[in-house]
Design a protein around this ligand. Structure first.
Ligand SMILES: C[S@@+](CC[C@H](N)C(=O)[O-])C[C@H]1O[C@@H](n2cnc3c(N)ncnc32)[C@H](O)[C@@H]1O
Length: 284
C-alpha cells in the first residue's frame, strides 16, 4: 500500500512573492502595514528614514536616479525624498506591479517608470543601464528574502558612484533569538492572520486544511540567525508561509562585508528593533 501524502510541496516554504503578488494581497498587506508598522506608529523609527539625507545630499551628485527596490507604494521613499533633491529618474520596482505603479505616481521625479521584478533572481539589466549615480533603496525587503545573496546581487551590479540605502528589522539586545521572541507579538495579530490566510487560500496547488502558528526558528541557511515564522500546520506537513529575519547589528554588518560593500553610516532606533544602513561598493 502506497502511503505517500496526497499533497507534496516542492519546497516546505512559500516564496515571499506569494504573499504580495496580486492587487488584493497587496491591499491586505497594506492594512497590516497601517495597523502594525513601527514606521507609522513610532516617530523614532520614522526618523531613521530621513537621517541619511544630509550625507546623501553631499554624496549624490545631481542629476541622480532613484531605484526603489521592493518599494510597495513608496511610503518610506516619499518620506526620504522630502529631504532630498528630486531625482532625474525614478524606477519603482516590486513583485506587485499595482503597488509599484502607486509608488511611481506618488514619488517626485522628472521621469518615472514602474516595473514588476523578482528580487530572488538576476536583477533585470535595464536597471543597471540607468545613468549614474544611482541611489538604490531596499526598505523592508531583507527580512523576507535570503539577505546575503540579495545584497550580493545588488552589490555586483553597482558602480562606485552608486549608493544603497537599506533597512533591516533587528532582534533587540545581543541574543538574536531572545530579541526575536520579544517582538513576536507584533506578528501574531488579526490583520496579519487575514493577509496570510488569504495567501494560503490563493496558493496552488491547494493547501490542505490547517492552522497558523507563529514562532521563532533558526534560519535554514544561517543557523545563528533568528527568523520569525508563521507555519501552516496540517496533519501531513508543516509549511512555512511567512518569515521575517531578525538579525543582530553584528550579523547585518557581516553581510555587508561578505557582499563586498562598505558601510558609510548606520542609524538605529532607540529600542534596537530597526536599523538603516547607507553603503557603497567596497573599493577593489
Ligand atoms: C514588507 S514589504 C516592504 C514594503 C516597503 N518597502 C516598506 O518598507 O514599507 C516587502 C515588499 O517586498 C516585495 N517583494 C517581496 N518579494 C519580492 C520579490 N521576490 N521580488 C520583488 N519584490 C518582492 C513585496 O511586494 C513588498 O512590497
Amino acid at each position: 500500500m502506497n502511503s505517500k501524502p496526497a499533497y507534496r510541496w516542492s519546497s516546505p516554504e512559500l516564496p515571499a512573492s506569494a504573499l504580495y503578488f496580486s492587487p488584493s494581497l497587496g491591499r491586505l498587506w497594506k492594512k497590516v502595514h497601517l495597523a502594525c508598522s513601527p514606521f507609522l506608529r513610532r516617530p523614532s523609527v520614522r526618523r531613521l528614514y530621513q537621517k541619511p539625507a544630509p550625507q546623501l545630499l553631499k554624496l549624490l551628485r545631481d542629476p541622480y536616479c532613484l531605484i526603489a527596490l521592493g518599494c510597495a507604494d513608496g511610503t518610506k521613499e516619499a518620506f526620504l525624498l522630502k529631504k532630498l533633491s528630486k531625482p532625474a529618474y525614478l524606477l519603482a520596482a516590486d513583485t506587485n506591479l499595482s503597488l509599484a505603479r502607486r509608488a511611481a505616481l506618488r514619488l517626485p521625479a522628472l521621469k518615472k517608470a514602474a516595473r514588476r521584478i523578482d528580487l530572488t533572481t538576476h536583477l533585470p539589466s535595464p536597471i543597471f543601464h540607468l545613468p549614474k549615480p544611482r541611489l538604490f533603496t531596499l526598505f523592508g525587503v531583507l527580512p523576507n528574502l535570503d539577505p546575503l545573496p540579495l545584497l550580493r546581487r545588488i552589490a555586483h551590479r553597482m558602480s562606485h558612484a552608486d549608493l544603497l540605502l537599506f533597512s533591516a528589522n533587528l532582534a533587540p539586545g545581543r541574543s538574536g533569538f531572545a530579541g526575536a521572541r520579544k517582538v513576536l507579538p507584533q506578528y501574531d495579530n488579526p490583520p496579519t492572520r487575514r493577509w496570510l490566510g488569504t495567501a494560503i487560500q490563493a496558493y496552488r496547488p491547494k493547501l490542505p486544511k490547517g492552522r497558523l502558528h507563529f514562532g521563532v526558528h533558526p534560519d535554514p541557511r544561517q543557523k545563528s540567525l533568528a527568523r520569525i515564522e508563521a507555519r501552516w500546520i496540517t496533519p501531513m506537513q508543516n509549511l512555512i508561509v511567512f518569515s521575517s529575519r531578525r538579525p543582530t547589528t553584528a550579523q547585518v554588518e557581516t553581510w555587508i562585508q561578505s557582499a563586498r560593500l562598505r558601510s558609510l553610516s548606520r542609524f538605529l532606533d532607540p529600542r534596537g528593533e530597526e536599523g538603516v544602513w547607507l553603503v557603497r561598493p567596497a573599493a577593489t
